[in-house]
Design a protein around this ligand. Structure first.
Ligand SMILES: Nc1ncnc2c1ncn2[C@@H]1O[C@H](COP(=O)(O)OP(=O)(O)OP(=O)(O)O)[C@@H](O)[C@H]1O
Ligand SMILES: [Mg+2]
Length: 252
């Protein structure tokens, strides 16, 4: 049984989680990677998946997004089961992904990258919708690089582009798989600042990152994953108080 503090659902009692995984098992061929993964993302909160390399974080993301089929268990989004739905349909329901390795289109311009995947893109959408002008004012660097190809961007600019592209889908849930991996400290700071602003605006975020000290400043709830299952869950205060915990499961 995982060690947990109080159930996070109780902290916001009566609230349906925006996302819930119940005992998800996922395989690569015959090789099992998730062994009963159970997590919840409460609306408006930042939830993290922590764990050393190869523990199943990206596999969990693929199981949510429908790119890796769950062999058993269930995934609920807004109270509805989504684990048997097609990946494009899951994304369109309101899950925006910033994937591991960013995966922007290197041969498309920044502008094209931003509008290529946006659903029903319209420059004159409702005021609270993400549009190209709104993304560009959120990331002024992208405005400066609008006609540059994806391949010409720095790592930090690519991550802003991946984040901007996900926002263009007007997600209800934003998932970042390695939010600041390989980025310089100043750029990391900028990404954390933007994520804090998104949280402030009410967006629900599922965050994967190895910079524990930085992510815990914006996160509400953490899951530590080992060998495809949750071994600990708790809030930032509990995580930061647990140096043995961090050494054991996160190698920090
Ligand atoms: N395409 C694949 N084929 C077979 N096994 C895979 C594949 N991708 C991942 N795995 C295995 O699944 C397990 C979980 O990998 P996963 O990529 O989910 O880990 P992770 O926690 O995201 O790691 P990292 O921190 O390095 O990104 C690992 O044992 C990995 O070797
Ligand atoms: Mg990964």
């Amino acid at each position: 049984m995982p060690e947990t503090q109080h159930d996070p659902a109780q902290a916001t009692s009566g609230t349906t989680p925006l996302l819930e995984l119940q005992r998800v098992e996922t395989f690569y061929g015959n090789i099992q990677a998730l062994f009963g993964m159970s997590i919840r993302c409460q609306p408006g909160q930042v939830t993290t998946l922590l764990g050393r390399n190869g523990m199943g974080k990206t596999t969990t993301v693929g199981s949510i997004m429908g790119t890796l089929p769950c062999r058993s268990g269930a995934v609920y989004f807004q109270g509805e089961r989504i684990d048997s739905q097609a990946a494009y349909h899951i994304a369109r329901q309101g899950i925006g992904l910033v994937p591991e390795g960013r995966q922007i289109f290197p041969n498309l311009s920044v502008r094209e990258n931003l509008i290529a995947t946006a659903a029903n893109y319209s420059a004159t959408a409702a005021a609270d919708c993400w549009t190209l002008p709104k993304v560009l004012s959120f990331f002024p660097r992208l405005a400066e690089r609008l006609d540059n190809m994806g391949s010409q961007l720095s790592g930090g600019e690519q991550q802003m582009l991946a984040l901007g592209r996900a926002l263009m889908l007007n997600p209800k849930l934003l998932i970042l798989d390695e939010a600041t991996e390989g980025l310089a400290p100043l750029i990391r700071q900028e990404i954390w600042q933007r994520l804090a602003e998104l949280k402030q605006a009410g967006l629900t975020i599922l965050l994967i990152d190895k910079n524990i000290d930085e992510l815990s400043t914006i996160a509400d709830w953490h899951y530590i994953i080992e060998k495809g299952q949750v071994v600990w869950a708790g809030d930032s205060a509990a995580l930061n108080a647990g140096s043995a915990l961090k050494a054991r499961y996160l190698g920090v």
